[in-house]
Design a binder for this molecule. Structure first.
Ligand code: PHE
Length: 341
């Protein structure tokens, strides 16, 4: 026998208890080393074999190996249990509570200009107008000459122009789309044209890029009365049934007669305030009967066809509707500002 050594049965029983009590993988590794490591208890028994009687050696050696295998099996079993427990713990610590309220994605809205534009287009399509569009880089012919604004004409100064290479300009108004829409086609025409326009102009009320909507109608018997009727209906739609309008005689090279359309300031009811520059009226846009020269430039017979046209700035309408004091706030893309509108 192994003299001072505890018996293998005792070692095995101690190991069984220690393994069962190991609470963590490092603790288990430590227990394993204590029993099975180089200096462990089972090792001590094996090392003691040399001192035994020859007939004892084989028996004790085999018993030690059997004990070693059994302890190893207990360790493996315990290790599996600890690993599973660790995984359970990890999973329950990270448990997903599907009943918690989520983080809401911020919800956007259409840009104020887009809202106004869609509103206007919907009104005119309801009257049978079709949407027509044109490019923002335009020929000088479409932007000026065809609209009866020759190169040396002082009316060119009405619109501070951005010039582009090759005789093109950034269109200064949506009126060139009149030329595009009418050339090579036969009336009746009823078109509504929303779009961006550009003028070299900057102030709290002017942006070098802004939005216009052009409308025009051409047929064999279109009169100024039709123009007034359409614009009255439109402004009532935009501003309410009791909107007050006035047509003020004006000048545009491409309309004759020409007028500027004003509406009674809604903020001060005409008494005069900062929004209407104390005048009681706010400009809505220009309009008039399409000049015979313009019709002829598009290949139409001015003796047979007449029409009206109008052009309005969208941005001013958006500023008034949404109470935006400075036009640039509309275009800076600051969501803190746009979110309030
Ligand atoms: N194109 C003109 C402007 O931008 C507005 C206008 C359009 C006037 C159609 C009359 C007829 O100032």
């Amino acid at each position: 026998m192994a003299g001072e050594q505890p018996s293998l049965a005792v070692i095995e029983e101690e190991a069984r208890l220690a393994i069962a009590e190991a609470r963590s993988l490092p603790a288990l590794a430590e227990v394993r080393a204590r029993f099975l490591g180089k200096k462990g208890s089972v090792g001590a028994v094996l090392r003691g074999i040399g001192a035994l009687a020859a007939d004892e050696r084989a028996r004790v050696g085999e018993a030690a190996n059997v004990a070693k295998d059994r302890i190893e099996a207990l360790v493996a079993e315990r290790r599996a249990a600890l690993e599973a427990g660790a995984r359970d713990h990890e999973l329950s610590a990270r448990r997903l509570d599907v009943s918690l309220p989520g983080v809401r994605a911020p919800r956007g809205h259409l840009h104020p200009i887009t809202q106004i534009e869609r509103d206007i287009v919907a009104f005119f399509t309801g009257l049978g107008f079709a949407v027509e569009e044109g490019p923002e880089v335009e020929t000088q012919w479409n932007n000026f000459e065809a609209l009866n604004i020759p190169p040396d004409h002082p009316a060119r100064d009405m619109q501070a122009t951005f010039f582009v290479d090759g005789g093109h300009v950034l269109r200064t108004h949506t009126s060139p789309v009149q030329i595009r829409a009418m050339t090579g086609r036969q009336p009746p025409f009823r078109f509504i044209v929303p779009g961006r326009v550009y003028r070299n102009d900057r102030s709290p009320r002017h942006s070098p890029m802004f939005h216009q909507v052009e409308g025009f109608m051409v047929d064999e018997r279109v009169s100024f009365a039709d123009l007034k009727g359409v614009l009255y209906a439109f402004q009532r739609h935009m501003m309410g049934a009791d909107v007050e309008l006035r047509f003020r005689a004006s000048y545009f090279p491409f309309t004759e007669p020409s007028a500027e359309l004003d509406y009674r300031c809604l903020l001060c009811s005409g008494a005069g305030c900062a929004t209407c520059s104390q005048s009681g009226w706010i400009e809505a846009g220009g309009c008039g009967m399409i000049h015979p020269v313009v019709l002829a430039n598009c290949g139409l017979d001015p003796e047979r066809f007449q029409g009206f046209a109008f052009g309005m700035t969208l941005d001013r309408a958006a500023m008034l509707r949404f109470g935006v004091p400075n036009i640039h706030l509309l275009f800076e893309g600051d969501l803190r500002v746009l979110g309030q509108i």
